[in-house]
Design a protein around this ligand. Sequence first.
Ligand SMILES: Cc1cc2nc3c(=O)[nH]c(=O)nc-3n(C[C@H](O)[C@H](O)[C@H](O)COP(=O)(O)OP(=O)(O)OC[C@H]3O[C@@H](n4cnc5c(N)ncnc54)[C@H](O)[C@@H]3O)c2cc1C
Length: 324
Amino acid sequence: MLKDVFIGLSQNQFLTAAAKKYGLKLGAQTVVAGTNIEETIASIRELNAQGISCTVDNLGEFVFEKEEALKAKNSILEVIESIHANGVDAHISLKPTQIGLDIDYDFCYENLKEIVDAASKYDMHINIDMEDYGHVQPSYDLIDELLKEYDNVGTVIQSYFYRAEDDIKERKDLRLRIVKGAYKEPAEYAYQTREEIDANFIALIEYHLLHGKFTSIATHDHHIINHVIQFVEENEIPLEKFEFQMLYGFRKDMQLDLANKGYNFCTYVPFGDDWYGYFMRRLAERPQNLNLVAKQVFNKRTNTAIGLVAGAFLLGRLTSKKKK
Ligand SMILES: Cc1cc2nc3c(=O)[nH]c(=O)nc-3n(C[C@H](O)[C@H](O)[C@H](O)COP(=O)(O)OP(=O)(O)OC[C@H]3O[C@@H](n4cnc5c(N)ncnc54)[C@H](O)[C@@H]3O)c2cc1C
């Protein structure tokens, strides 16, 4: 499966390091807002002007050194200050592994607490993104501990997990983003077919819209979006109880159209030099985006290690697939 090739590429540490060195390549600039905070604030301003709020993700992967985790924490603190100083409509999304969950739980908790505390002073929301299955329970533990002191924290429910139904019921008083789930997970923990995942996605969204706090419906799937629009109308769910979310650069016309129709809309804005894993996961979800890569890899100006290695790897995998 092409999806597996991209998931494999997303976990390649050599390519991740090369990508950091060479800047946005391979078409990533269409789905990553920039490599620094100034460029990102400019992108947020443009979206805000169209009635769209933003959740900002300072990209980071494979953090196994304390120094790197502290650097990530400090960058996120800078983003919080920058959002406040520039008066833009945005909040933060972050991944626990980026600030040290794979290094030490208590170290990660201290970093996270500092971030949540800084944001709480500006009444800014912090969303804890959910990663692969092994990180789900420790991430919930972090959140439960933070909720004893703070209320500006929310998280993500991944519909492909069997445990999602229990998780959403336990956390109905939180602002939750509900998604299908981005990682490759085994049948031991997760639904495998599109039909099962979509059915659970809809059930979880409906549950949280009826019984939960605020719901962020994060999908590019127009079938799901159309279903939600009909459901909120039939059940008279007020507009202020939910929003739609999509990733930066995806289905821009639909993002604008939903905002123009009066729905709350929030765009997930990733930025930073650690863009590679994020970009490969997007290709895994939608291999049609491969034409973005093809154009860049075979463009002479992009004659970099990252372009050549990823291109060779991809071609190798694709041609070996064709031979079978
Ligand atoms: C804001 C946001 C935050 C997220 N946070 C997390 C997280 O914390 N953890 C996590 O595991 N995952 C997260 N995800 C990823 C999510 O789990 C899915 O992997 C991802 O959104 C792809 O699924 P989908 O629902 O968008 O639709 P898909 O299942 O990818 O697509 C369904 C159908 O929608 C249509 N479609 C989709 N994309 C397009 C397009 N670009 N153009 C035209 N038609 C299209 C097609 O008809 C397609 O067949 C997040 C996603 C979003 C949008």
